[in-house]
Design a protein around this ligand. Structure first.
Ligand code: ATP
Ligand code: MG
Length: 603
């Protein structure tokens, strides 16, 4: 390709909203252009790299025996009502009605579509197992799209769905995809860590995320140095320590009755520490949470005895509930873990108004004793004794609180946010932390969708059986952005050979006379040899062409200049120095490097 025949429009400065390297470089090198918030168009160079990422994904999945199909992006809303996610995912989904007034969904994910497609053709156990996939457009109404295509609103996802007859087969399908993922990321020059993940609104059993370490990662990972435990902080569990009193001794039961103390200016844990002169490990922190679509059976609780429930997709839940969550004073509640434990689609701190309404006290004075809403106790509170807590009325705290004696939790769950230094639940090693970006996700769904959407086949015994499903996703755009995030310097991108928009640039210092003749010849030779090459035939100053070539990041650059002929300069993007090579040998030499590099990455 000749530079004058394509679009090279590099920018000196990145736009203000680009704050991470990959976003800045994608904008500056002209790979993408912004159409709207979270909406990016790929320009010719960006599109080439995106297609290479897709191609690698496709090759590895095809190799692993997965089957590609192409469903529609727009899916009937009725399918989402069947599965029970029409309401649950309302915030994230872009929906529309057609002229007949039928609800339509712009796919944010495609469990419903694939389940419906399979339902129509699956009749016998003999057809199982299989895994279908697509590489297609998704739309999610992300609240805060950011970092360019890392978190866009419209993006391309590879999503796969496996259908199996039993758990052993599902395990095998899951492992098969996991192995393909590892090859995919390796071929792109990415090193991924797989971590245990939250099973979220998808519901299901096992789940792992493929993370790439990144300073600007949206996810926090906790890893054990002594065993292979690794988990997203949204999922991570840790060993529960024995709760200590202010002298560092295990807390002891008290016979003392509850004592109310006037604490008009004590609102926070720090205030309590000062006022009472005790350590936060002796405080029972009580918080009121609003929980959405909780599917835990609450009929045994006084407060929710006659609550209105909704049954959808075979699941019964209460759309909005309030809980008092109790945790040791030095710890924090993790809302994702809380929602997962309560089989809910989300949890958030209640508004000031709701806190007062449901606990009888303003924030800061909420307590577990006498509270009307159900109390969820974090495991950290289990062996706590003689504690200090909010009194459940404004301006007061209570001392000598004995869990079990003074209040009874409705449930004891693990809802704490684990941190660096906490003890690994498997071996007790001390966690260390990393930031990461999620590139891919694998997930054992079980019968969540096949049950709610009534998929069955005739089993060997002749009886109808519900198949098990797994779902698997890779963010194609985010993977591309992560490659750049992990491969750049202050001058620009340093593409791995497998995903570079072009493998090589031939740059004549001036495109005329002998330099033109030599550059043309090298260009033609390389093209004939199957190398993806750009000939920079633009009438620009050499400095501009060099700067652009570094910004765009061609893995190899050949510079044809008067003063070096009959030699030319060849330089690898990651090297500081160029070497002089005879002009009539350079095409072969460079092509060998390209092939060598491809072989290494694709091995
Ligand atoms: P995140 O936690 O980052 O929002 P997710 O858990 O919502 O991700 P999945 O539903 O598992 O993501 O989607 C599969 C893959 O799609 C993710 O691993 C990620 O690579 C990609 N992805 C998800 N949301 C976006 C987005 N808004 N922009 C770009 N890629 C995305
Ligand atoms: Mg998301």
């Amino acid at each position: 390709m000749k530079a004058t025949k394509t679009i090279i429009s590099t920018l000196r400065e990145a736009p203000n909203d680009a704050v991470i390297a990959s976003h800045q470089l994608m904008m500056r090198s002209g790979l993408i252009r912004k159409l709207g918030n979270g909406l990016y168009a790929y320009m010719p160079f960006g599109f080439r790299s995106l297609m290479k990422v897709e191609k690698i994904i496709r090759e590895e999945l095809d190799n692993a025996g997965l089957l590609e199909i192409k469903p529609t992006v727009i899916v009937p809303g009725d399918l989402w009502k069947e599965s029970g996610r029409w309401d649950k995912m309302a915030g994230e989904m872009l929906t529309a009605q057609n002229r007949q007034g039928q609800d339509m969904v712009v796919s944010p994910t495609a469990e419903e579509a694939f389940t419906a497609i399979v339902r129509d053709g699956l009749s016998s156990y003999k057809q199982l197992p299989f895994t279908l996939y697509q590489i297609n457009t998704k739309y999610r109404d992300e609240i805060r799209p950011r970092y360019g295509v890392m978190r866009g609103r419209e993006f391309t996802m590879m999503d796969a769905y496996s259908f199996d007859k039993d758990q052993a087969d599902l395990d095998a399908s899951y492992d098969n995809v996991a192995a393909a993922y590892r090859r995919i990321f390796k071929r792109m020059g990415l090193t991924t860590i797989s971590v245990k993940a939250d099973t979220g609104s998808m519901g299901g059993s096992g789940s792992e995320e493929f993370m790439v370490e990144s300073e600007v990662g949206d996810d926090t990972l906790l890893l054990c140095p002594d065993c292979d435990y690794a988990a997203n902080v949204e999922k991570a569990a840790c060993k529960t320590e024995v709760p200590l009193d202010s002298n560092g001794q295990p807390q002891k039961k008290t016979d003392a009755a509850i004592e109310e103390v006037a604490t008009p200016n004590v609102f926070s844990i720090e205030d309590m520490e000062k006022f009472f002169g005790e350590k936060p490990t002796t405080f029972l922190k009580a918080l009121v949470y609003k929980v959405y679509n909780c599917a835990v059976d609450l009929s045994g609780t006084e407060f929710y005895k006659n609550a209105q429930t909704v049954t959808e997709g075979g699941q019964t839940y209460i759309p909005e509930t309030f809980f008092c969550v109790l945790i040791r004073g030095d710890l924090d509640v993790n809302e994702t873990k809380l929602a997962a434990e309560l089989k809910a689609s989300g949890a958030e701190l209640a508004s000031d108004e709701d806190v007062l309404k449901y606990s009888g006290a303003p924030h800061g004075f909420v307590g577990p004793v006498g509270i009307k809403i159900p109390v969820i106790a974090d495991k950290s509170t289990v062996d706590m004794h003689d504690c200090i807590a909010g009194a459940g009325k404004a301006g007061f705290h209570i001392k000598h609180v004995e869990p079990g004696r003074d209040f009874t939790p409705f449930m004891t769950l693990d809802v704490r946010t684990c941190k660096e230094g906490d003890a690994c639940p498997e071996c007790g090693g001390k966690f260390y932390m990393k930031k990461g970006n999620e590139l891919g996700h694998i997930f054992k769904l079980g019968t969540k969708y096949t049950k709610s959407m009534n998929v069955t086949y005739l089993g060997e015994s002749g009886k109808p059986v519900t198949p098990l499903m797994g779902c698997y996703g890779i963010g194609v755009d985010r993977t591309l952005a992560s490659i750049i995030e992990g491969h750049h310097d202050d001058k620009g991108i340093i593409w791995p050979m497998t995903v570079a928009p072009y493998q090589l640039a031939v740059i004549p210092v001036q495109y005329k006379d002998k330099m033109k003749e030599v550059a043309d010849k090298i260009y033609e030779d390389l093209k004939a040899d199957g190398i993806e090459v750009i000939l920079d035939d633009r009438n620009e100053r050499p400095g501009v062409k060099f700067t652009d070539s570094e910004l765009i990041g061609y893995p190899i650059r050949i510079v044809v200049g008067d003063k070096n002929l009959p030699n030319v300069e060849m330089k690898l993007r990651q090297d500081a120095e160029a070497t002089l090579v005879p002009a009539d040998e350079v095409a072969k030499k460079a092509a060998d490097i390209v092939r060598e590099e491809l072989k290494k990455l694709n091995a």
